[in-house]
Structures are given as C-alpha cells and as structure tokens.
Design a protein around this ligand. Structure first.
Ligand code: NAP
Length: 283
C-alpha cells in the first residue's frame, strides 16, 4: 500500500504553527499580518478561491480584505488600487486573483505590486530570485508541493523529478524550486514525445497539466512518489490529473485530489504573508 501524502493534515499542522505565532504577536500587542486580495470581475471560480483565502486568514488570525473591482475596470484603475496598497503600512501581502478579465494586461498589474508584498511570487523580481536561488517569494502551489514532499521526508537531493506542465504559475517555478533542492529535473509538456518513457524513470512525478486522470499506471513504477496538482471538474466532481484508483496500489506515495495540493497552496499563501510581515517589520 502506498503512503498517502495528506495535504489537508499537513496544512492543518502548519496553520496551528501560524496560530501560535499570532498568539505571540497578540501578547506583544503588535499589529496583525494583513493580506489584501484584489478581484476584478465576477468569475464564480475566482470568487470562490478568493473567499477561501480570506477564510484561511480568518482561521489563523490574520487580517484580510477583498477588494472587488468591476469587470470593465481599466488597467490604470487596477494599477492605482495596487499602488494604494503598496503604500499602505497596514498591508503586508497583495494578491491579484488571476485570470483577469479579457483585455487587462495581467503582467502589467503584477509588475505594479511591490515585490516585498508580492505573496503570489509572480513579480519578475521574485521570479529572478527563484532562478538565482536567492530568498524571495515563491508561487504558493510550487512551494506547497515541496513542503508536502519534505514533510513526508521524501528525499529530494539527487532524486530524479519529472514535472508535467510548464506554466508560469505552477510547472516552471516548481521545476526551478526542485532544481534548487538539488533534484535532477525533467520538464514535460504538450509537445513531449513519449511522456511515459520519462515518467517511468522518475523518483518523483508531479502532474500539473489540467488533464483529468491522464496519468495511469503505464506512466509510473513502484518507486514513484506522485504529487497531483491537477484540479479538474468531471461530472460535478473534482479529480486530479492522475488516475488515483488505477495507480494507488502501485506507487510508493501519492497525494489525493481533493485534500492534497489544494490546502497546501492556501497555507503557503499564509506562510508567504507572515514572511512579508516579518520582512517589513525588519525581523
Ligand atoms: P496551464 O497554464 O493550462 O498549463 C498546463 C501545462 O500542461 C502546459 O505547460 C501544457 O503544455 C501542459 N499540458 C497540457 N496538456 C498536456 C498533455 N496532454 N501532455 C503533457 N503536457 C500537457 O495550467 P496550470 O495553471 O499550470 O494548472 C495545471 C493544473 O493544476 C490545472 O488542473 C489547475 O486547475 C491545477 N492547479 C491546481 C492548483 C492547486 O492549488 N492544487 C493551483 C494551480 C493550478 P504546453 O506548455 O506545451 O502548452
């Protein structure tokens, strides 16, 4: 039987550590960490993600605020909002929920965020720091995956990790982070020829392709540790990129969907926010 990489439990344990940090801040009568999320438009999926982030802040005792801007906002008005938050001393983390409505240049908005408040780790300053293996903010899903692997003592140094997907948000930062952890990294994508040939050789396979249950036992071996980042809605049910039932008795370890990487992403946002708080307080 394979080991279950329980992201929900791991996230809960980290939340408890964060709560004790907040207790100390309260005892010292200091200002609490604050995350502000900007949501442009009314995309229901985005609204639900944003609400979950605010609820997570609430659970651990952070302050949070959701700023909702109209669907037809101009680039200038969104950037103006970001700049107000950059200059607000009470705000530690700024997150602009993506995707933005069509016509709004997401890159321009992200580049307007103060890199020291960029808790999503998407600003070019933080992307460069990740590439240079320097301390900075790392995108939450990528960092959450590595935290999950470390929590279960999965050896990273020298391991062959195959990352499926190369998006700016997940695949690329994850591949870089694993390389920084001294893994030997292969990146597969939609143009890769014979993907199972690569994945079957891997110690760690991380699936972030958005293709429901595509990764079956043909891709894996008994030595594989599998992390499933995918979140796909099929018949009103959430499924990952990995065919969990098909592979669970084969692989060494596997994360489920739901209750795998999802909770790790959210708790990493909280970690990044408290890091931003300490950074701004000079700790
Ligand atoms: P994305 O921007 O659509 O990128 C998908 C990547 O997968 C691309 O690099 C694409 O290759 C590759 N790909 C697509 N079909 C493929 C195939 N048949 N074989 C090999 N590679 C293929 O998606 P994303 O934002 O990275 O998200 C990926 C998945 O993770 C989605 O299901 C998303 O919902 C989920 N997600 C989960 C969390 C979480 O917290 N758990 C967070 C973010 C995303 P090309 O580059 O060649 O197009």
């Amino acid at each position: 039987m394979s080991i279950l990489l329980d992201g929900k439990q791991c996230a809960l344990d980290i939340e408890n550590l964060l709560k004790s940090q907040i207790d100390l801040i309260n005892v010292a009568n200091q200002r609490l960490p604050k995350l502000v999320v900007i949501l442009v438009g009314t995309n229901p999926a985005s609204l639900s993600y944003v609400t979950n982030k605010a609820k997570a802040c609430n659970r651990v005792g952070f302050l949070s605020e959701i700023i909702q801007l109209p669907e037809d906002s101009t680039l200038e008005s969104v950037i103006e909002e970001v700049e107000k938050l950059n200059h607000d001393d009470q705000v530690d983390g700024i997150l602009v929920q993506l995707p933005l409505p069509k016509g709004l240049d997401a890159k321009a908005v992200i580049e307007a965020i103060d890199p020291n408040k960029d808790v999503d780790g998407l600003h070019s300053v933080n992307v460069t720091k990740l590439v240079m293996n320097e301390k900075g903010f790392v995108p939450c899903t990528a960092k959450g995956v590595v935290t999950l692997l470390k929590t279960y003592n999965i050896p990273l140094q020298g391991a062959h990790a195959v990352v499926l997907g190369r998006s700016q948000l997940v695949g690329r930062p994850l591949a870089q982070l694993l390389s920084n952890e001294n893994c030997t990294v292969t990146i597969c994508h939609s143009k890769t020829v014979d993907m199972p040939k690569h994945t079957r050789m891997a110690d760690i396979v991380i699936a972030a392709i958005g293709r429901p249950k595509m990764i079956t036992r043909d891709y894996l071996s008994e030595k594989t540790v599998v992390v499933d980042v995918g979140i796909n809605k099929v018949d009103d049910k959430l499924v990952g990129d990995v065919d969990f039932e098909n592979v669970v008795d084969l692989v060494k370890a596997i994360s489920p969907v739901p209750k795998g990487v999802g909770p790790m992403t959210i708790v990493t946002l909280l970690q990044n926010t408290i890091d931003a708080y300490h950074l701004r307080n000079g700790n």
